[in-house]
Design a binder for this molecule. Sequence first.
Ligand code: UD1
Ligand code: UDP
Length: 377
Amino acid sequence: MSTARPARILVVFGTRPEAIKLFPVIHALKADSRFECVVCVSAQHRQMLDQVLEIAGIVPDHDLDVMQPDQTLDALTANLLTGLGRVMDAVQPARVIVQGDTATAMAGALAAYYRKVPVDHVEAGLRSFNIYHPWPEEVNRKIIGAMASLHFAPTTTSEAALLRENVPAGRVHVTGNTVIDALHWVTAQIGRDPALASGLAELEARFAGRRIIGVTSHRRENFGEGMEQIARAVREIAQRPDVAVIFPVHLNPNVRKVMNAQLAGLENVALIEPLDYPHFARLLSIAEIMLTDSGGVQEEAPALGKPVLVMRETTERPEGVDAGTARLVGTDAARIVTELSTLLDDREAYEAMARAHNPFGDGQAASRIVELLAHEI
Ligand code: UD1
Ligand code: UDP
């Protein structure tokens, strides 16, 4: 039996998607005696983060509670850097893990680098090659990539992007995306306890017989005119009596004010609060089509064979498009309505997209990541 002390790993995150994509890693680290897993949340998101923590059974060891209403990128980043630095000084981790491309991930990586603590990057190497789409995530991800010790690339496409940037091959590992682990986990939880996802029953009864379109939207580069166009498209498609829209509205005020102004009161459009992960998984399963600008939803939909129309000009996740399950449609209202109408009216076009693929992984990413970390301690 080894008497070595477990390696202290600090996992840092702050928003809903990071929490969803890191809980499988945290579960795996906590179950492994080679590691001591310390969890620090910045709470860049508050309610939407807490929804995930509760479902995943994670109680953070440190909570910076930084979220401010309608926060600016510079104030947020400054608070994150000083707050996360203080936590790192107190925790003295052997390594730090960050995920993806948020302000928290970027500041967490930078604070670790300032202390010469190795940073490991989950979901590394995604590139759109346009620094304003997604903004500011494309650059956040590149900044983290410049400092990371281990780069956990979800796919061979993201691995190739890192190798082209001269990251040493031995530091890049294709693991799959942990979002698929998370989706499998939550699906199993719902299988054991269907009540976890039964909260949409009333809405499902109200919309029985109609074809459900699930919508999410939150991208900063879509604020203003983009959000107006998205709302207009939803309004227009909702004129069809055979359609119903379920739209859990992101808590960002720049999203809510537009959606509430344009879509409130429409009989077949349900503007609802952000769903917890089991209920969002339920929405993914009952929706005929997903219309979104989300990163995570672009990864989940192909795994479930749900056609997803991506309201972006470009994507750092081309695998869903290549697999045929996702299509980039931008944010022009007329284009969105045309694409939705094609999927609704042309069975062949729909069937061509509605095939399950797993370009983003097999649900075993977290255990691969933990084994790779074990080689470093
Ligand atoms: C952030 C990330 C983005 C990620 C997205 C996932 C950055 C710069 N942006 O964008 O990469 O795709 O999260 O959703 O890191 N709010 C609440 N409660 C919440 C969450 C948000 O009220 O639980 C409101 C607050 O007014 C907050 C605002 O939303 O100021 C914006 O939050 P912020 O994290 O800055 O940006 P997001 O647009 O959510
Ligand atoms: N999601 C959720 N509830 C919702 C909307 C989304 O649990 O009401 C999940 C979704 O399944 C995905 C993640 O949140 O895993 C995506 O988060 P978001 O779109 O906020 O961020 P992005 O992925 O674009 O960074």
